[in-house]
Ligand binder design. Structure first.
Ligand SMILES: [Zn+2]
Length: 485
């Protein structure tokens, strides 16, 4: 049995001014051919789950491509062409395959075709024909479309946010596709979506109210082959934006529909509970300074790099300076400041212009008097549940120190998914008092075990919890909480 495997994963922020091209993937993770398996087996990734599935269920992997990017703006048509051509060429060399296992995100927006994942699936379908089963995995923030459901035979989404179950979901998809190929099952999918949007910070799967929906999903899964709850990605401006409940049964469409409706209705009933209530930047910084137990983690919810923001927001840094915080660590993506600091050199002090350069949403660039402490290549390997074993590249990285505050300046924006990010530049997170993470929820897998408290901050930015800030054009209306019901 031969199964074509690969992945194209992009969470698209429709309001980001940074276009997504092939370089966006190259800078983060772009693998082709055999290296897809070589580099990803044993890591926390869907591919590692596919590899495990091949061993357990007995099939040969035909690797194609693995393109993984951090959230930015809509994906260029030429980028899809490049990635999909590579898949097509592999298939042509291989001849017929028995199935396709592909990792998608579910909130990928194409410049040409807004339903990016639906487009990828339509291409995969055209390559393998109608009779070859296709199974895909999706991120928890998928804005799943009806078109995806029509094309795919199996769809399995993450059950966790922070995302730590990529291997398990990859394995689940592998099992379902093998059973489909062997004609042991005939999967049918139902998707139900309540007319609502949920901001990422309220989607944490361990916290109320999302935890309640996942418990319900587990109960429904006793009657089904697979059940996926997704939180959706509210910063994609497409008709399918929003959370959903997806149920796969063994040729029982009515049952699938009933279970999906049950979860979707409960989600709708809980809509008010999903509304954000957060302290202002000023209140949050004051609380962090007054805290008697450290470290306190300040989550910069408005500049959540994983959701497509530039990572150069300065609102919290400015407030820490104004309130004369002591023992704070802030990470800012700013290639210009990095270059300037490297030119000055370790041990020297300088007035650096920091952050606030990419757009008008994330605060002013700040002039900060600071001393250069360390220069690094910014490469580190993740340890622990979150992306274990995967190598990250944040570009040339400099640690500078201003009175009371260490500032980590990176060339490439890097979400705070793993403690190795700070450790690799000589900072021991456990020993710091206040750590600002540019993240809404994903940081929790790494930082919750060491945090004495976590304060989510209502900071302005492209991942603001105030969705009324965006001029949506394409989402379905009416939608909660933007419209009255
Ligand atoms: Zn996600």
């Amino acid at each position: 049995m031969k199964i074509l495997v690969g992945g194209i994963y992009h969470e698209t922020h429709s309001f980001s001014n940074v276009p997504t091209d092939i370089g966006s993937f190259r800078r983060v993770l772009l693998l082709e051919g055999e290296e897809v398996v070589e580099k990803l087996q044993g890591t926390v990734s869907e591919m590692a789950g596919f590899v495990e599935g091949a061993k357990r269920f007995g099939f040969d992997l035909i690797p194609t491509i693995w393109a993984w990017g951090v959230s930015t703006g809509p994906v260029k048509a030429a980028t899809f062409d490049y990635l999909l051509d590579s898949v097509r060429r592999t298939l042509e060399q291989e001849g017929q395959v028995d199935g396709v296992l592909f990792a998608l995100h579910g909130a990928c927006v194409g410049e040409q075709d807004p339903d990016g994942d639906g487009y990828i699936l339509s291409k995969l379908r055209s390559y393998v024909g109608e009779d070859t089963p296709i199974a895909v995995t999706l991120d928890f923030h998928a804005n799943t479309s009806d078109r995806m459901v029509r094309i795919a035979d199996v769809i399995v989404g993450y059950d966790t946010y922070p995302h730590v179950d990529q291997v398990e979901r990859g394995l689940e998809a592998a099992e379902l596709i093998v059973r489909t190929i062997k004609r042991e099952i005939k999967p049918v999918i139902a998707l139900e979506k309540p007319p609502m949007l949920i901001v990422p910070y309220k989607q944490a799967t361990a916290a109320y109210p999302m935890n309640e929906l996942l418990i319900l999903a587990q109960r429904c899964e006793r009657e089904a082959l697979s059940v996926t709850v997704s939180g959706g990605f509210p910063y994609s401006d497409v008709p399918e934006t929003g959370p959903g409940a997806l149920v796969i049964t063994d040729n029982q469409p009515e049952l699938a529909r009933r279970l999906a409706r049950e979860i979707s209705s409960r989600m709708w009933e809980l809509r008010e509970e999903f509304l954000p209530r957060l302290p202002s930047v000023k209140e949050a910084v004051t609380s962090s300074i007054e805290s008697e137990h450290w470290p306190v983690i300040l989550a910069d919810v408005g500049d959540n790099i994983g959701a497509g923001t530039p990572g150069d927001g300065t609102f919290i840094l400015q407030e820490l300076i104004d309130q004369q915080a002591e023992g704070a660590v802030v990470t800012i993506a700013d290639p210009m400041a990095v270059a300037q600091a490297i030119e000055v050199g370790v041990g020297k002090c300088v007035n650096l212009n920091i952050g606030g350069k990419c757009d008008r949403f994330h605060g002013e660039a700040l002039d900060v008097e600071c001393c250069i402490k360390l220069i690094s290549d910014g490469v580190f390997t993740n340890r622990g549940h979150m992306r274990d074993g995967l190598v990250e590249k944040m570009g040339r990285t400099v640690v500078v120190e201003a009175p009371g505050i260490k500032i980590v300046l990176t060339e490439i924006k890097m979400p705070p998914w793993n403690l190795e990010q700070l450790r690799s530049v000589g900072i021991t997170p456990e020993n710091e008092k206040i750590i600002v993470v540019k993240s809404a929820v994903a940081f929790r897998a790494a930082y919750e075990p060491i945090a004495k408290s976590i304060i989510e901050v209502n900071s302005p930015g492209l991942s603001t919890v105030d969705l009324k800030q965006f001029d949506y054009e394409y989402i379905k209306r009416p939608i909660f909480p933007l419209d009255q019901f």
